[in-house]
Design a protein around this ligand. Structure first.
Ligand code: DGY
Length: 323
């Protein structure tokens, strides 16, 4: 029996990639460059399945390409706003993602950004490396304590809940959240999380406002100049979700004018381009989309994508089906 032909659009960690190559006629794009839109259109006619990843432009033109052979997209990643799910559905193509396995790693990065921003870690390290450190000082590089402060979570899915648990246990923070739907009472009770009925109210109350919504049209620029003005001058904004949720020019203005204290970002609207106004700010901690970047997590994401692909080709219900 001929094995399904699969294109993996970017190299995976060794174990998961070896699994795919052992079980499928799998080709890996190891050029070091993401595939172009034209290459993806072409691939749709040459493979049975694509394993896409973050940023691959899987739009209606890709799904509508004449003579398409692909029937399955085993996406490597939890977020999939780069995939036009409606167009995939219309073309009869199944799409899956890789949720759950990156929850803890991404929540860890949210916590790291909270600590780095509140304790001015990047600023201090930059001073030290530049030879500008004058030694220990009674008032030098004073940050803010997080103990007893309010962490406001925007969105209350898996990563937000893991962030809540870690922040409460490790840092002694109080948890509040805003989400379109209030969580079940047992979840709220377990995390001692308080529901706040509006984003504006949460922004005004939070000492740290941490974003955990999906990207896409509904959340685009949810954090803009108006919202930033509601935040306390001592407040910190954390984004480990999607760059498009934040209006980066507005954020840079707020940080520059010090109407908020700091921001810790792991994601950007036009990755890998970072808004130039953010780059010069001492109160912005900027990480290069590290949320899921641990060996264990990235292997687990590959194996989760593999399970979905296996199920599809075995004719069974796909575990993480999103289309
Ligand atoms: C995802 O999978 O959506 C993450 O952002 C990758 O780190």
């Amino acid at each position: 029996m001929t094995r399904p032909k699969i294109l993996i659009t970017r190299p995976w960690p060794a174990g998961a990639q070896a699994y795919m190559q052992a079980h499928y006629d799998a080709t890996v794009n190891d050029t070091g460059k993401p595939l172009t839109h034209a290459e993806l259109m072409q691939a749709m006619t040459a493979y049975d399945c694509l394993c896409s990843s973050l940023g691959d432009p899987m739009d209606a033109a890709v799904f509508g390409v004449p003579g398409a052979r692909v029937k399955m997209i085993g996406h490597y990643g939890a977020g999939y706003e780069n995939i036009d799910v409606a167009a995939a559905k219309a073309a009869g193509i199944t799409v899956s993602n890789t949720p759950d396995v990156l929850t803890e790693a991404t929540a860890d990065i949210a916590l790291m950004l909270m600590l780095m921003t509140s304790r001015r870690a990047s600023e201090g390290e930059r001073q030290l490396r530049a030879g500008e450190w004058k030694g220990w000082g009674t008032t030098a590089l004073m940050g803010q304590s997080l103990e007893g402060k309010t962490l406001g979570l925007v969105g209350f899915g898996r990563i937000a809940q893991a962030t809540a648990r870690k922040a409460a246990r490790a840092l002694g923070m109080k948890i509040a959240y805003y989400s379109r739907r209030q969580a079940a009472t047992d979840i709220e009770a377990a995390l001692e999380a308080r529901y706040v009925p509006s984003l504006d109210q949460l922004a005004a109350e939070a000492d740290v406002l941490s974003l955990h919504t999906p990207g896409g049209a509904e959340t685009k620029h949810m954090i803009d100049a108006r919202l930033l003005k509601l935040m306390k001058p001592t407040a910190i904004l954390i984004n480990t979700a999607r760059g498009s949720v934040v209006h980066e020019a507005d954020l840079a203005e707020a940080l520059k004018a010090r109407t908020i204290w700091a921001a810790g970002l792991d994601v950007y609207e036009a990755e890998p381009v970072v808004h130039p106004a953010l780059l010069d700010l001492s109160n912005a901690v900027l990480l290069p989309h590290l949320g899921s970047a641990t060996v264990e997590t990235r292997e687990a994401m590959g194996m989760r994508a593999a399970v979905n692909v296996d199920l599809f080709f075995a004719g069974q219900p796909v575990r993480d089906r999103v289309a």
